[in-house]
Ligand binder design. Structure first.
Ligand code: ZN
Length: 493
């Protein structure tokens, strides 16, 4: 019996605007696609938040025993500076500015992306495909869309015919936009003269002579439109229809809207059962933006080397901070918020570190099973991590009560409490216990333990002068010993 059989998840589906009971297409298996980064610059902290939210979703689904195929792509071609299909390819532009090969740009920032995600303890996706690795699949998809009458070729470029599509299908259903409104609100931009209508979007662009990233196709030497790669790669690895498609809120339109249109036009089915969107990250109440200087990158946040925050924060504190808000809420990154999260994180970890010292009693005064169910109920309710964390703090209270003998746990309940806390803290929230993983701290604690044992020996031999000397000299270097009924503990000042 897998945990998912007794846990009914509800997911907020952006397509319907409702929380829906989650039912995978194939029992026990989940296909999940999340739009990855365009690797032309260091990864933005806002993107890290989006991927962190989906890392938690991935972790929880795996925890429930689902076999999850998680596909997160790397966009290494085709993403133009402007959503209206004009401007330079972002990667080509960076390559030109830095006078290196486009693939050097891709390599440099893919490595950076992976390093940052590893620092934040992300699980790697099951497949991480690239746009340039799937040009053939994208060309096939374009041919199908042309064959079905939803795209047209002009001067070597191919455009998706949004107006034609909207006659039989519903363009704008995800982002709740109507084509008539789009028509009124679209400015005609230079460079779009090939399109029948400004709302049409590029499936294939003929490359200008100076454009380095180019591939042969039936229409021209060129490159695929940005929206196309996700349709090609999601259906290749997850099938014509799959369970979850995620991404940042800013991708809902036009990117995800175009993905739906491409799938329906090529294959005739709506590709995704549950669309999930992670909300934006703000800095001190304002949108992060390079142009206004209101931005901080992951390295600066972790090193403390920035003008916004009073100190450096550890990756786990930042993960904890993120999980204290719903993935669907705007998250405001502030120094006060991070300081409060840091305090909370260490309070929780202090309690977790006490777990192994707790002594079992013959009966429990705490209903651990009911508490455990509340943790699952929180996550089953659209991955409500802030509520889960509230329950983990409740557990921290229990742990301290048992430690102080004002509550009791049977050995079964103690095991259940440990197992559940470990699952949620480490496996699901992906937090790391810094006190345990920091080898310097480990060694210090090992060395003090040796001195505590020598002092116990000295006392057993009635050598109180030696015992006091150990205690006093440790105090001089800032380590306080505390004798209690369960033995001696220490704290570092
Ligand atoms: Zn995408």
């Amino acid at each position: 019996m897998q945990l998912y059989q007794s846990n009914q998840i509800k997911v907020y589906n952006s397509l319907t605007g409702q929380k829906e009971i989650f039912k995978p297409i194939n029992e026990g298996h989940i296909g999940m696609y999340v739009c990855g980064p365009t690797v032309y610059s260091n990864v933005h902290l806002g993107n890290v938040r989006t991927f962190m939210s989906f890392d938690m979703v991935f972790r929880y689904l795996k925890h429930l025993g689902y076999k999850v195929r998680y596909v997160r792509n790397i966009t290494d071609a085709g993403h133009l500076e402007n959503d209206a299909d004009i401007g330079e390819d972002k990667i080509t532009k960076k390559a030109r500015l830095e006078q290196i090969e486009p693939m050097e740009v891709v390599q440099r920032y893919t490595v950076d992306f992976h390093n940052v995600l590893r620092t934040f303890n992300f699980l790697p996706p099951s497949i991480e495909p690239t746009a340039t690795g799937h040009i053939i699949e994208q060309i096939e998809l374009i041919s199908k869309i042309i064959e079905n009458g939803f795209a047209y070729e002009v001067n070597g470029s191919v455009y998706f015919d949004v107006h034609k599509f909207d006659e039989t299908n519903e363009y704008g259903k995800l982002s709740k936009r109507k084509l008539e409104d789009l028509i009124h609100n679209t400015r005609t931009l230079d460079g779009q003269s090939d399109k029948k209508n400004p709302q049409d979007f590029a499936l294939w662009k003929k490359a200008e002579p100076q454009h380095i990233m180019r591939w042969p196709s039936p229409w021209s030497d060129g490159f695929p439109g940005w929206h196309l790669e996700c349709t090609a790669m999601s259906t290749k690895y997850l099938g014509k229809q799959f369970d979850i498609h995620g991404g940042g809120m800013d991708l809902k339109f036009p990117h995800h809207e175009c993905e739906i249109a491409q799938n329906e036009a090529a294959i005739g089915v709506s590709p995704v059962n549950y669309w999930m969107h992670a909300n934006m990250l703000e800095l001190n109440g304002q949108r992060m933006s390079k142009s206004t200087g209101n931005t901080v990158n992951p390295d600066e946040l972790l090193s403390g080397n920035n003008s916004f925050f009073s100190k450096a924060y550890s990756p786990s504190v930042i993960r904890f901070f993120n999980a204290q808000s719903s993935y669907r809420s705007v998250l405001d990154l502030t120094d006060d918020g991070l300081l409060a999260s840091e305090k909370g994180f260490y309070r929780l970890m202090d309690a977790v570190n006490l777990l192994d010292d707790l002594k079992a009693s013959s009966a429990s005064s705490i209903d651990v099973s009911a508490w455990k169910q509340k943790c699952y109920d929180a996550m089953n309710d659209d991955f409500n991590s802030p509520i889960l964390i509230a329950h983990l703090f409740e557990a921290a209270k229990y742990i301290n009560q048992v430690k102080e003998d004002s509550a009791t746990l049977s050995s079964e309940d103690l095991d259940l409490l440990k197992e559940t806390i470990n699952s949620f803290v480490y496996d699901v929230l992906g937090l790391e216990n810094n006190a345990k993983t920091d080898s310097g701290t480990d060694k210090l604690s090992g060395a003090v333990d040796v001195l505590i044992r020598l002092r116990q020996d000295a006392r057993a031999n009635k050598d109180f002068a030696m015992s006091d000397k150990i205690r006093d000299e440790l105090a001089e270097v800032g380590i306080q010993l505390k004798d209690g009924k369960d033995g001696t503990t220490f704290s570092v000042n």
